[in-house]
Design a protein around this ligand. Structure first.
Ligand SMILES: [Zn+2]
Length: 209
C-alpha cells in the first residue's frame, strides 16, 4: 500500500511538473487573468468519464473555454428523476443560470463501457442504477433492429440526453429565448473522427481540415 501511494504521488507530481514547464509556462497570463477575473466559458461540454475521450484535447480548448461535465456514458437523466447524487443536474444549473453558457454539447464516443453495460442488461451497483437512464435509447435502437447495435446506441444515447436536457425548465427557457443552443457530437477513438449531429438528428463526419 505504501509503495502504491508513493508510486501514484510520483506519477502525479511528474505530470504536474511537465504541465508547469510546458502548458502553464506558455499560458501564465491566461491563468492569472482567469484566476483574477473569473471564468466566462461559452460552451458546456458533457462527455463520458472514459479516460480516452478528453474534450478539451479534442476541441483544443484552453483553460476557461469549456465548462466540462464528465460522467459514465455522457448521460443527462431527465429533470425530476431522483438520483442518489444529483451532480449532473447541479452542474447543468450552474452552467446555464450562473455562467450563462451559449451552447451545451453532449458528446458520445466509441466503445463506451456504459453503453455496453446497458446493452448487456447490467443492473447492479451504482453503475447499474445510473445506466438505467439509457433504457429508452436501448429500446429505440432495438425496435429498429440495426446492424451495429453498440454504435447506434452510442448515437441514440446522445439524442436521448439532448431530449432530457429540455426537461429542465432553465434549459428550455434559455433555448426558447434563443440564448442557448444544444448540440450532439460523437468521437471515434481509433480514428479520432468527430461526428456532429444535424437538425434532423443524423450524425455526419466533420472534415479534419
Ligand atoms: Zn463512455
Amino acid at each position: 500500500m505504501t509503495d502504491l501511494i508513493t508510486e501514484m504521488r510520483k506519477d502525479l507530481v511528474s505530470g504536474y511538473r511537465e504541465f508547469r514547464a510546458s502548458d502553464f509556462h506558455e499560458q501564465k497570463e491566461l491563468y492569472e487573468k482567469l484566476g483574477t477575473e473569473g471564468q466566462e466559458p461559452k460552451v458546456m461540454l458533457i462527455s463520458c468519464a472514459d479516460s480516452r475521450v478528453d474534450p478539451t484535447d479534442i476541441f483544443h480548448a484552453y483553460p476557461g473555454e469549456m465548462f466540462v461535465l464528465r460522467n459514465v456514458a455522457n448521460l443527462v437523466p431527465p429533470s425530476g428523476v431522483q438520483t442518489p447524487t444529483p451532480g449532473t443536474a447541479a452542474a447543468l444549473e450552474f452552467a446555464v443560470t450562473v455562467l450563462k453558457v451559449k451552447c451545451i454539447v453532449v458528446m458520445g464516443h466509441e466503445s463506451c463501457g456504459g453503453i455496453q453495460g446497458c446493452l448487456a442488461g447490467l443492473d447492479e451497483g451504482f453503475v447499474g442504477s445510473w445506466i438505467k437512464h439509457l433504457e429508452p435509447a436501448r429500446d429505440a435502437v432495438r425496435a429498429r433492429s440495426v446492424e451495429n447495435e453498440q454504435f447506434e446506441m452510442e448515437l441514440e444515447g446522445v439524442r436521448l440526453s439532448l431530449r432530457n436536457l429540455m426537461t429542465f425548465d432553465f434549459v428550455r427557457d434559455a433555448v426558447e429565448a434563443g440564448e442557448l443552443v444544444l448540440q450532439g457530437a460523437y468521437f471515434s477513438i481509433i480514428s479520432a473522427k468527430l461526428l456532429m449531429m444535424g437538425d434532423d438528428g443524423a450524425f455526419g463526419e466533420v472534415s479534419p481540415e
